[in-house]
Each structure stands twice: as structure tokens, then as C-alpha cells.
Design a protein around this ligand. Structure first.
Ligand SMILES: [Fe+2]
Length: 121
């Protein structure tokens, strides 16, 4: 298991070959593939549940936060309380050019995980 994740490097899931470790930690970005310039749209970021594999949500092991980036620019970061908060959030953003959104999630035991989604404008 030690080589399934890293606390010092970004964990990247191979969509074609996901392990349960990847399924429970990799953030999922739900957003339209194409949007109109400058018009706000909803972006949902959630962690856990890929193929039904959920992540624990207890004191001692939970998803501490998610962050959403456009390229290297931080758009938002949301922190969660164990057991009480569910590791998902919906943000409203507006883009003026096509962008690759990148979500990061942080598990206190298993480090940082990421996913990307291309948004056309
Ligand atoms: Fe974890």
C-alpha cells in the first residue's frame, strides 16, 4: 500500500486503471463542458463515491479540504469538519476563456489527490 499514495507528491489517478484507493480519494468535478464567456455557472467538487467506493468521514480520517484552481490560480478552497460535513461543495464561477479546472482534495492520512476537467468557452 505504501506505493499507492504519497504524502509529499500529488497523487494522480489513472482513469483507466483505478484502485479503490484512487476511487475514494480522487475529487470529481461536475461542470458543463462548454459555457458562455463571463456567465456564472455551477461547479460541483465532491470526493469519494467513484464506482460506489466511499471515503471514511470520521475523526482521525476524513477529507480535510478541497480546492479548485483554474490553471495555477486558486479559485476557492473549502474546509470540512469530520463526521458532520460531507466532502462536497458547489461553487459558482465565470470564465472568459477556455480553461482546465483542477480540483485538489486532501485526506489527513493519504495526502493530496487531484483531477482536472477542461471547460470550453
Ligand atoms: Fe484517506
Amino acid at each position: 500500500m505504501a506505493d499507492e499514495f504519497s504524502l509529499s507528491d500529488m497523487n494522480r489517478a489513472d482513469p483507466a486503471n483505478m484502485t479503490d484507493m484512487m476511487r475514494k480519494h480522487t475529487p470529481v468535478i461536475e461542470a458543463p463542458g462548454n459555457v458562455n464567456s463571463g456567465e456564472p455557472f455551477a461547479v460541483k467538487v465532491k470526493v469519494g463515491g467513484i464506482d460506489g467506493v466511499g471515503h471514511p468521514n470520521v475523526l482521525g480520517h476524513w477529507i480535510n479540504w478541497v480546492a479548485l484552481y483554474a490553471g495555477d490560480r486558486l479559485l476557492a478552497r473549502v474546509e470540512f469538519e469530520p463526521a458532520v460535513s460531507q466532502p462536497q461543495t458547489t461553487l459558482s464561477i465565470a470564465l472568459e476563456e477556455s480553461t482546465t479546472l483542477r480540483a485538489e482534495s486532501f485526506c489527513n492520512m493519504h495526502g493530496v489527490w487531484q483531477a482536472t476537467k477542461r471547460i470550453g468557452v
